[in-house]
Design a protein around this ligand. Structure first.
Ligand SMILES: Nc1nc2c(c(=O)[nH]1)N[C@H]1C(S)=C(S)[C@@H](COP(=O)(O)O)O[C@H]1N2
Ligand SMILES: [Mo]
Length: 567
């Protein structure tokens, strides 16, 4: 039996989540809220059933049902499900399993949902953790919890890098399959089975609802079934699940990209802000799960054998073959995701390399990210989550105690003018540049600060990288999660950008150690992990394979982050 990848073995033991939801300023255990919601839901359902019976018994109800029968308004639809529909239906099940499991894993890395982009502790409406301790530095990494291995992909703690590989891979497959499915629907003329073309669909869908509420199968009442033709409620639901939810899920997903947000601030306003988009992304996932539950329950309640034969084999018989194949299909999908869990723990480097060749170039092409969005001073966040383990040791302590008077930034490697600069010399190189920007951590939290410092391009003009130099590696005094020195490499075009900054000030005050003193990097089209704090050395190189384990950064080395910091 193969061993787990040695780096990942170190991330155990787990931190158990305690899901809580905020209602009117107080947190309640999520399970209790769900049970109450379930009881309320059951009560509402019972009330709906009673109302549906009353509706059917009344004469206005009957004339409404006669006037708006539970069928679809457009009658000229082809019966049955073409092969591509059945294939897409099955593939979607697999994709959604991957997307939901990896999505839950991503969420556990910052297990709080907010409605404000400041992410101030205590303002979260859903959380899997208790209060943020105030008596010590509590980093966002400290705050993460574990996902169980049967639920998350791949389960465990600090696995967001790996979860993102699966999430983005299946995003692309999901979008491509959806695009092919929709195109084929239009090409073969069966689109009118899904797309509403008549306003009567809505009153007719209501008839379907009260028919279900009356505990009757609309198919039997109307003498047509889903195999031949959807009823109005089916059409409306399937239309939403195909044409409304996925686009919203894609748009809210894009809204989490630092490259996109910091280039197009207007885009965030579509959703209110970045954290509403993230919360919506989560709520839409819950909606997919809810649809799945309702869809399965109704398919089972209204003639399971016939329904499953239709969607699996495209016949409307009552043989058990469709049901049997469905069970096999579900077991196959579950074992596929579970194999992905196993693969992640044993061969994370293979997964990382695979996405580096497939997903990352696509992301780089789509998310160009010329950051330009700046914020007003009034928008500065009252609190910014810190991340990273502060440097330790006598040498570091001496630097801190001396207010960094003995600090020297070393700029080395492929430069014509290698230098070693004190903080004062750095400040004298150019007038301070100030920028108020939105920080995006890969974990999902954000915050706005005003940063002041030296533009990296000014330093580059001073040290003059040679033509061979293609990257700069920023080394920190601090260590990463793995216990090795923290570092991250940056391509020079990113560093030449106007807003790429070596910051020594935050919110008009000298940078504190918590936020990266004496010097930390700001690159506004990327995720926070690329912005090295407590910078000790900047080395210009042709290729970053010499640094660390050669993956381009401490996070890439030991947490298997992809080379895709723009989303
Ligand atoms: N040296 C060092 N720099 C680091 C980190 C770290 O762990 N060590 N964490 C990064 C991450 S993941 C983020 S989100 C930002 C957080 O910056 P902040 O503490 O100013 O919010 O710092 C980045 N820089
Ligand atoms: Mo981060």
């Amino acid at each position: 039996m193969a061993e787990r990848h040695p780096v990942l073995r170190a991330y155990l033991p787990p931190v158990r989540p305690h899901p809580q939801i905020k209602i009117r300023g107080r947190y309640y255990p999520l399970l209790r809220v769900l049970l109450v919601a379930l009881a309320v839901g059951a009560g509402l359902l019972a009330a709906f059933i009673v109302a549906s019976f009353a509706f059917h018994a009344s004469s206005p109800g009957q004339s409404y049902l006669d006037h708006f029968p539970c069928v679809t308004p457009s009658a000229d639809v082809k019966p049955g499900y073409p092969f591509y529909t059945r294939a897409a239906h099955f593939l979607n099940f697999i994709y959604l399993l991957f997307l939901i499991r990896s999505g839950i894993q991503i969420m556990t890395d910052h297990p709080r949902l907010y409605t404000s982009m400041h992410c101030t502790p205590g303002t979260d409406w859903l959380r899997l953790r208790g209060d943020v301790p105030r008596d010590r530095t509590w980093t966002a990494k400290d705050d993460s919890v574990s996902a169980p291995g049967w639920l998350g992909l791949p389960g465990g703690r600090h696995m967001i890098g790996i979860a993102r590989h699966w999430h983005f891979m299946f995003d692309i497959l999901w979008i491509l399959t959806g695009a092919v499915f929709i195109s084929l629907q239009f090409a073969d003329g069966t689109w009118n089975r899904l797309v509403p073309t008549d306003v009567n669909l809505v009153p007719q869908a209501l008839s379907c609802a009260v028919t279900y509420g009356h505990l009757h199968d609309p198919a039997q009442v109307a003498g047509i079934d889903g195999y031949q033709r959807f009823n109005a409620l089916q059409q409306l639901t399937y239309f939403s699940i195909i044409f409304i939810l996925p686009p919203l899920q894609i748009l809210t997903g894009i809204a989490m990209s630092p490259a996109f947000d910091n280039e197009h601030k207007w885009y965030l306003r579509l959703f209110g802000n970045r954290q509403i988009a993230r919360s919506l992304h989560f709520v839409l996932m819950v909606a997919f799960i809810g649809f799945f539950a309702g869809h399965t329950a109704l398919a089972l309640a209204t003639g399971p054998l016939k329904n499953l034969n239709g969607i699996v084999l495209n016949n409307d018989g009552t043989a058990p073959t469709g049901a049997l194949l469905t069970v096999i299909g579900i077991l196959f999908a579950l074992s596929l995701t579970q194999s992905a869990v196993w693969f992640s723990w044993h061969y994370p480097r293979v997964l990382q390399r695979f996405t580096a060749l497939t997903v990352s170039p696509l992301i780089k092409a789509v998310f160009r990210g010329e950051p330009s969005a700046e914020y007003a001073p009034e928008q500065i966040s009252p609190y910014l989550w810190p991340n990273g383990k502060e440097p330790e040791g006598e040498e570091w302590q001496a630097l801190v105690d001396g207010d960094f008077r003995d600090y020297r930034l070393r700029v080395t490697g492929l430069v014509e003018n290698p230098v070693s600069l004190s903080l004062d010399e750095i400040k004298e190189l150019a007038a301070m540049q100030r920028q108020t920007t939105l920080h995006h951590c890969i974990q999902g939290w954000t915050g706005i600060s005003e940063w002041g410092g030296l533009p990296v391009h000014t330093l580059m003009e001073f040290v003059r990288p040679t033509p061979e130099a293609r990257f700069a590696v920023f080394y920190s005094f601090g260590k990463g999660l793995s216990g090795h020195q923290y570092y991250e490499a940056q391509p020079l075009d990113v560093l030449r950008h106007r807003l790429s900054l070596l910051a020594y000030e935050r919110n008009l005050e000298p940078l504190t150690v918590t936020y990266g003193a004496p010097l930390r990097l700001r690159v506004e089209n990327q995720l926070g992990f690329k912005m090295v704090k407590w910078i000790e050395e900047i080395r210009f190189v042709a290729d970053f394979s010499e640094a660390g384990e050669g993956q381009g950064g401490a996070n890439e080395d030991s947490e298997f982050f992809g080379w895709m910091a723009r989303i």
